[in-house]
Design a protein around this ligand. Structure first.
Ligand code: SAH
Length: 461
């Protein structure tokens, strides 16, 4: 870029942001420049009537969708021509000139052609929409990063990694984005706020979750900013109810307000050779395998296959499972289960075994290195011989984030391991927080570790 041969007889071009539409959000500098301008080139400003008060000549150079590149050359030439005529030029752009605004292209074109140019920042529509929806784009403990994203073409455009995403120019694609985000692992209950005509009296705000947006009948048309992230939920409820979820799958927890995922448990497969030989190489010593979780299924088969053994070796071995998610995982391997329980309740499975007279069987239960208390003991008590064999371990995630617990309304624990790891990671739990513990053993362990808080437990069994 050459900026050293600026022609002194030329006028100067200010590439200035108008803000999201409400002139109250103009900077004092842009306002002053509008006063002294000879000519103003402007886009489709949401409040173009405001320009009537300035004596400068006004030229509309708004771009219609699909004609961007051809028109940009024309705009560049117009700006250059006015500057060459010695005029003070304000090139007024919506929001901020450098956010999806092509202000830099105009700047370089002018300076390369010997014209003095300056960029004046403006309030970008994301910032204004965030204020309207009271959806802080960053928030301590909730969102430590934000990405401004091009909302065109939800199928092919790059999806950035950030706690909060803000889509510009995405009105027509917002449902598709919501679907894609869920497919890419965002929780279906992640809040969404769509804001149309941000900063103006006729602004409209819609709130959804990603899932609800996918199923919405109709959505706000352009100009619209779509904010996706925990801070986009209805702020009143969000501030009253902010949950810390310590389990591994946040989709299992539905609650009012916002739910922050802070997994205190991560499943790690043991090495393929760490498993005792009799488990994978002599499976036929077992009459039955009881799977207690989807991860147990995944790691069992992974280790089986890595040892060169496939499902045929299960032969006549009967399969039982704890919880429908475990049964669904087993189906992927072509296996039907009997008996199974609907919920993740060891007690229910033991009762089913007893009712069906399942006794005198050799049973394997693939589990974590922490093992189980109740299930093997219960199945043994009714007359079976049980081996609980570790195929994986439960570890504290290495990248776990420390949140400020005082900011939260409550904490959700889904397993004894998440309780145990939580207290390895956090020193203490503030006394006023609500506690949800899922399952008998989780509740018992929590009670044991935090003796004085008993009255507040909600037992989800
Ligand atoms: N430079 C501008 C963005 C231009 S791209 C800025 O910094 O804001 C145009 C997109 O901006 C629109 O499709 C819409 O997503 C967004 N936008 C602009 N003004 C808006 C407003 N008042 N309310 C909501 N969205 C707006």
């Amino acid at each position: 870029m050459q900026t050293n041969n600026i022609k002194p007889q030329y006028g100067k071009v200010f590439i200035a942001g108008f803000g999201p539409g409400n002139p109250e959000l103009l900077t004092i500098k842009t306002s002053r420049l509008l006063d002294i301008a000879d000519i103003i080139y402007h886009d489709d400003l949401l409040d173009a009537g405001y320009l009537d008060r300035f004596s400068a000549e006004k030229v509309y150079v708004g771009k219609r969708k699909g004609r961007h590149s051809a028109k940009q050359d024309e705009i560049n030439s117009l700006l250059l021509k006015s500057a060459q005529e010695g005029k003070t030029v304000v090139r007024l752009k919506g929001g901020d000139p450098l956010i999806f605004g092509r202000g830099a292209e105009e700047y370089y074109f002018l300076t390369e052609n010997g014209v003095d140019a300056e960029i004046v920042p403006g309030i970008t529509s994301a910032i204004s929409a965030a204020v309207d929806a009271i959806a802080p784009l960053t928030s301590r403990g909730t969102s430590t990063s934000v990405a401004f994203t091009l909302g065109h073409d939800a199928q092919n455009n790059k999806l950035p990694k950030a706690d909060t995403l803000v889509f510009y120019m995405g009105a027509t694609e917002q449902k598709k984005w919501a679907k894609r985000l869920i497919n890419e692992g965002w929780a279906a209950n992640t809040p969404v706020a769509a804001v149309r005509n941000a900063s103006l009296p006729n602004k409209e705000i819609r709130r959804y979750t990603l899932e609800k947006l996918v199923n919405a009948q109709e959505v706000l048309p352009a100009p619209c900013i779509v904010i996706v992230g925990y801070t986009a939920s209805d702020n009143v409820k969000a501030h009253n109810r902010k949950w810390l979820y310590t389990g591994s799958d946040i989709n299992n927890f539905k609650a009012e307000g916002i739910v922050i995922h802070n997994p205190m448990i991560q499943f790690c497969k043991l090495s393929d050779t760490a498993i005792p030989d009799n488990t994978v190489k002599s499976l036929n010593i077992y009459d039955r395998i009881v799977f207690a979780s989807p991860v147990a299924v995944k790691f069992f088969f992974s280790i089986l296959f890595n040892n060169g053994i496939d499902t045929r070796s299960l032969g006549n071995i009967k399969i039982s499972s704890l919880g429908v998610a475990t049964s669904a995982e087993l189906k992927k391997y072509g296996l039907l289960v009997e008996p199974e329980t609907k919920h993740n309740s060891s007690q229910k499975l033991i009762e089913k075994f007893a009712a069906k007279g399942i006794v005198d069987e050799n049973i394997m239960i693939p589990c974590s290195t922490e093992g189980f208390d109740q299930l093997p003991a219960g199945l043994t008590n009714i007359g079976n011989s049980v081996d609980a064999i570790a195929f994986y371990e439960n570890i504290l995630p290495t990248n776990a984030v420390q949140h400020n617990l005082a900011d939260f309304y409550g904490v959700v624990f889904t397993s004894p391991t998440s309780v145990k790891n939580f207290f390895k990671f956090y020193d203490n739990i503030p006394g006023e927080l609500e506690i949800i513990t899922q399952g008998k053993f989780t509740t018992e362990l929590f009670n044991k570790l935090v003796v004085k808080r008993e009255s507040k437990y909600i037992y989800l069994g």
